[in-house]
Ligand binder design. Structure first.
Ligand code: FES
Ligand code: MG
Length: 574
């Protein structure tokens, strides 16, 4: 148990020098009495609330519940607004800024008088960003997931944000619905604060945070506007104060075993392919070498058990009442794939934490003998088109496409694709393989979620709803289809994707885990000799730092200087 004078914040407030006097005087200026904070753990509440982020718009108010918990437990909360990464609005993609929020998180925690942190976020990249920063700062931390929004509604239909947006957009393009229906859908797709309520990237990553042991038990599935979300926030505020006193840090929680369990969890959830990149990056910050091969190996040992859109039927609120992540994890425990002896922020082992957890609906959270798919939702592909790997969420694809050879139709960038995809002159048939390049970490930049390439409208009108698509982009976790993603190395740095020409045959074989460009090596060498690297995009600013430091998809797209091991001294506070 830490004594008050052993707290990190003591260096700022409790010593005899002039600086300490000044810090105390300024805390009086903030309006606090000495007895309100001296000797108490200082808890930074990192809040990604913003007026423009609908997934986090309730977090300004929710921070009050966190603070309430901190006060109750004898700590001193201070709220810090940090960057908001809104999946919907931020261009070219918030993925460009994940590492910026990770840096901000780490450096805020290091440079201020902070003993522990509550991290508030949930929209897609916010979760990995906050956890990456907290892992690097290595102060005790609890993650408070923003919570899923309520289920969407349109007339008698229940809608998934994202997933149904793609579906109805295709229906509109196919002429099945018109402007009136679209106007109604606009008000029904997302009907409350909170992150996307399908098993998209947000739900996948918040579930991963819980599986890692970085949230209070059961936190990740509580709907954002449920009163239970307030109670969870208060409980998180209480827990962090004890974590500081116990000195239980992310480095003790974010172990190899924890990351393997998080991988098993996201695969068994049928979660977003984005989790592959983020978990590899997060593990890197914890000094745990996690690779694409770990995903493929673990995928073969876990079935898909969550019947959630886009791969299944239900939404996050159904999952919550079916038992949430604790109930879900009992299934993985019973399958023998979890490491039950590892610590979590709940001050219990994972195994103890799951005692008493139950599944209440076997259709939402399937039993092991009735899975949605026998193997985890993501397969890792190798081959001459992706020497450093690619991923495909095969459970969200039409099965007949999982073994397919077809002629490539190549697009050099997304704008060209958008402009020309409906052109009948391209000769695209349902057997074609659509290839998009220039959309990777550098080419995109930021690997935008272009990976679910739109289909030509003449095929949509014929009823075609899936085709093999290949890119160095990512795909929204709410998307679906036979989309091969994260091709590494990307075309922008001269990966083989840069050498594909329209008409080349490409073979996808998910069972064999291969992706092959059926062009001989000599011809590929000739094409390589003619290839010219594109000029750098950014002359200055954050983009220049990004282009200088970003790693490829297979290693998590962290910045090299952030991912590498090395000492960072504590600041001198005297
Ligand atoms: Fe924020 Fe989907 S847009 S989670
Ligand atoms: Mg998304």
């Amino acid at each position: 148990m830490k004594k008050p004078e052993e707290l990190r914040s003591h260096q700022w407030y409790g010593t005899d020098g002039l600086r300490s006097f000044s810090h105390r005087a300024r805390t009086r200026q903030l309006g606090y009495l000495p007895e309100e904070h001296l000797g108490k753990p200082v808890i930074a509440v990192l809040n990604t609330w913003s007026d423009i982020n609908p997934c986090h718009v309730h977090l300004r108010e929710r921070a009050q519940a966190v603070k309430r918990g901190v006060w109750q437990a004898g700590g001193f909360p201070l709220e810090f607004p940090v960057a908001t990464l809104s999946e919907t609005y931020q261009k070219p993609t918030p993925m460009l800024y994940r590492n910026l929020l990770a840096m901000e998180t780490e450096e805020l925690l290091r440079s201020y008088p902070v003993d522990g942190a509550v991290l508030m976020g949930g929209c897609d990249k916010s979760t990995p960003a906050l956890l990456m920063g907290a892992a690097s700062a290595d102060l005790p931390a609890v993650f408070v997931p923003a919570g899923p929004m309520l289920p969407g509604h349109w007339r008698t239909e229940v809608l998934g944000s994202g997933t149904d947006m793609w579906k109805y957009w295709d229906d509109k393009r196919a002429g099945l619905i018109g402007d009136c229906e679209m106007a109604e859908l606009e008000s029904g797709l997302a009907r409350s604060p909170g992150h996307c309520m399908t098993m998209g990237t947000a739900s996948t990553l918040t579930a991963a945070a819980e599986a890692l042991g970085m949230t209070v038990p059961g936190a990740s599935s509580i709907p954002a506007v449920d009163s239970g979300h307030d109670r969870m926030a208060a409980a998180s505020g209480m827990r962090i104060v004890d974590l500081v006193r116990e000195d239980l840090r992310p480095s003790a929680i974010l172990t190899r075993e924890a990351y393997e369990d998080a991988v098993a969890t996201v695969l068994a959830l049928g979660g977003s392919t984005n989790a592959v990149i983020h978990l590899i990056a997060m593990a890197g910050r914890s000094g745990v070498p996690l690779t694409l091969d770990d995903f493929d190996r673990i995928a073969r040992t876990v079935p898909v058990l969550a019947n959630l859109r886009p791969g299944g039927r239900y939404l996050m609120e159904d999952f919550h009442f079916a038992g949430g992540l604790p109930g879900f994890l009992t299934r993985l425990r019973d399958a023998g794939v979890l490491h039950l002896d590892r610590p979590t922020v709940a001050h219990k082992t994972l195994g103890e934490q799951l005692t008493g957890a139950l599944v209440h609906d076997d259709d939402v959270i399937r039993p092991l003998d009735r899975p949605l798919a026998a193997e985890g939702g993501v397969a890792v592909l190798r081959g001459n088109l992706c020497p450093d790997g690619a991923v495909v969420k095969h459970i969200a694809a039409e099965p007949h496409l999982l073994e397919h050879t077809g002629p490539a139709v190549v697009f050099d960038d997304y704008r060209t694709l958008q402009r020309t995809i409906d052109d009948p002159g391209l000769g695209i048939t349902e057997d074609s393989v659509l290839v998009l390049r220039g959309s990777g970490p550098l080419g995109g930049p930021g690997m935008p979620e272009y990976g679910m390439l739109p289909l030509p409208d003449h095929l949509l009108k014929k009823g075609v709803r899936d085709m093999v698509r290949i890119s160095d982009a990512r795909m929204s976790g709410t998307s679906y289809g036979a989309c091969v993603l994260h091709v590494a190395p990307e075309s922008h740095v001269g990966g083989p994707l840069a050498l594909v020409r329209t008409g080349d045959l490409i073979t996808l074989d998910v069972r064999a885990r291969t992706l092959r460009l059926e062009v001989d090596d000599a011809e590929l060498e000739r094409r390589r000799a003619q290839w010219q690297a594109p000029p750098p995009r950014y002359g200055r600013g954050y983009g220049a730092l990004y282009q200088d430091q970003i790693t490829q998809a297979d290693t998590g797209c962290d910045f090299r200087f952030l991912a590498r091991p090395g000492e960072v001294p504590e600041p001198y506070a005297g």
